[in-house]
Design a protein around this ligand. Sequence first.
Ligand SMILES: NC(=O)c1ccc[n+]([C@@H]2O[C@H](COP(=O)([O-])OP(=O)(O)OC[C@H]3O[C@@H](n4cnc5c(N)ncnc54)[C@H](OP(=O)(O)O)[C@@H]3O)[C@@H](O)[C@H]2O)c1
Length: 256
Amino acid sequence: MATALITGATSGIGREIAWQLAAERMNLILVARSADRLEEVAEHIGQVADVEVEVLPADLSQAEGTLRVCERLIDDERPVGLLVNNAGFGLGQDFVGGDIERELNALNVMVRAVLMTCHAAIPGMVARGGGGILNIASMAALTAQGTYSAHKAWVRTFTEGLAASLKGTGVNATVVCPGLVHTEFHEKVDVDPGQWPESAFIPAERVAAEAIEGVRRGKVVVTPSRRYRALAGALKVAPRSLVRAVAGPERSGRRG
Ligand SMILES: NC(=O)c1ccc[n+]([C@@H]2O[C@H](COP(=O)([O-])OP(=O)(O)OC[C@H]3O[C@@H](n4cnc5c(N)ncnc54)[C@H](OP(=O)(O)O)[C@@H]3O)[C@@H](O)[C@H]2O)c1
């Protein structure tokens, strides 16, 4: 049975991806900071699905945490067939005047850890002649909403580059660009999700299902829901001056 390693697997999109992969009988390695929550999710999945679930508590904002995940990924005796880079969070602050440690942590989790885990996982996958990378970016990759947009744009471009360089190896790289999803993401940065119409939200179950289907079909860019695919199409052709006009601190959605 193949094994998937999923970062940010204790809530939201990552936890949903874990459940859906378990339903497809993949063994799992779950990564996040909270060991208690990891154990809880692992126990629950293990009770329902007939798969092995390993937990790997690690803080991906810290070099040591990311290295431990990389060590697990290069272990050829227990190969990982699918790497899901999902861990991430909103900055919850403006860049100008914001806390630089928070900026660096966000960069480490959403860029550095993605780069390092892919670098660790891919050679083994190529040597085995198969495998998959599933990176979670965001619709924000196409906007200009602070460093979060910049990090997600990096994830998107990086994954497209990987897909191009992995052609013919049997290893696929897929990037998912969800719009708004009800998870713990917004409440953690004091953003009221009630400010957007309910119809703007896509269920995490659907994001996970379209992501996994995208991996199965070898798709490079997956944008869940027809509505967000249309928005992505519009953003790609819109003048960047217009994209910038609807960005900035006052559009962050934060309370206060
Ligand atoms: N929700 C949305 O509207 C939305 C839209 C587009 C894209 N996304 C992206 O989707 C991904 C998942 O977000 P979500 O909405 O599911 O948010 P979430 O419910 O807050 O889940 C975030 C996950 O990341 C983990 N995490 C956070 N910081 C970490 C760190 N330093 N080290 C290791 N794990 C860490 C969290 O666990 P611990 O706190 O225990 O570490 C948790 O498991 C993110 O990359 C996000 O940018 C979300």
